[in-house]
Write a new protein. Structure first.
Length: 320
């Protein structure tokens, strides 16, 4: 006859459950992520605009941004600095529409910033929540509370007021920002589905894979739209007019683009979508204000009021 005896015993120290980090440390970690994310984004936008002012080839500039990030992550995986992701075919299939939307949004935003002020591009891009609600309603059949629809009123009104009073309005720049809004909404929708398919990949490696696939998609179109001949002649003119430090501008905008996106995806791993949305809103505020100061962008009072209303609407949207 089998006898089963149950006895109490003192747990081995090696098998004790890991203690959770105190809430204060977790908040500090998230705060560091946010400040780093905003700072890197501001630096990227400044160098990106400097490069585009001297070298007006947004397709190549967009390609270099993705190439720098891809190279950094491939080197990190090769050296063991970052553990490479465990992916399968289902993961890459799910990533394809995300990468396509990301590529379109990235190029469209860069084209916009090559034509208008950085502040104006980000004011128009603050209307992304309005596009999100409309697209999810039309394509996915999702309905939202009345408070969500009401929060879109200041977003649309503020962006419209800022656009009408923009001193250096350019239709190509305006349309680039609008297309970027649409593309990034689809990217976010596809990301939700893609991150659930196949292997589970963390934010750091997920964005790395996204950069590599976007680079493969974008490169042939960049060659077709601009081409090496224009790139070489434009590069020579830029170095002649700006000086050797133009090369540093290109390197900086490429590297900082990857770093700020990388940190934003790492932040998304740690926080809720609501907190991420609020952080994204404050990011736009920091970019708009810093770019106006650094580039001495002329801003009328009514233009500034429109921008403030749009940003406030975005904040209200994230709350409701």
């Amino acid at each position: 006859k089998r006898i089963v005896r149950a006895e109490a015993y003192e747990a081995d120290a090696d098998h004790e459950p890991a203690a959770k980090a105190p809430p204060q440390l977790n908040r500090l970690k998230i705060g560091i992520y946010f400040v780093t994310w905003w700072a890197l984004n501001v630096v990227f936008n400044i160098y990106n605009k400097k490069v585009l002012n001297a070298y007006p080839y947004p397709w190549l500039t967009s390609t270099l941004s993705l190439a720098a990030g891809s190279a950094l992550m491939l080197a990190s995986w090769a050296t063991g600095l970052v553990a490479p992701p465990d992916t399968d075919l289902a993961f890459w299939k799910a990533l394809l529409p995300v990468a396509l939307a990301h590529t379109i949004g990235h190029v469209a935003a860069t084209v916009s910033m090559s034509k208008v002020a950085v502040s104006f591009t980000h004011i128009i891009k603050s209307a992304e929540p309005a596009f999100s609600v409309v697209i999810q309603r039309l394509f996915m059949g999702e309905t939202f509370p009345l408070s969500v629809y009401l929060s879109l009123v200041p977003i649309i009104g503020g962006c419209g007021l800022a656009a009408l009073t923009e001193l250096n309005f350019n239709m190509t720049g305006f349309m680039g920002a609008m297309i970027s809004n649409v593309a990034f909404v689809f990217r976010n929708i596809f990301s939700k589905k893609g991150m659930k398919a196949g292997k589970a990949v963390g934010g750091l490696n997920y964005y790395a894979c996204l950069s590599i696939m976007s680079l493969l998609l974008l490169t042939p179109f960049s060659i077709a739209m601009e081409g090496p001949q224009l790139w070489v002649s434009g590069w020579q003119n830029a170095v002649h007019n700006v000086g050797p430090h133009f090369i540093w501008w290109v390197v900086a905008q490429s590297v900082f683009y990857h770093l700020y996106n990388q940190v934003s995806y790492m932040s998304l791993d740690e926080i809720s979508p609501l907190t991420f949305s609020i952080g994204n809103t404050m990011k736009r505020v920091s970019v708009i204000v810093s770019s106006i100061i650094i580039f001495r962008t002329p801003v009328q009072l009514i233009n500034g009021v429109g921008a403030a209303i749009a940003i406030l609407g975005t904040f209200l949207y994230s709350q409701v």
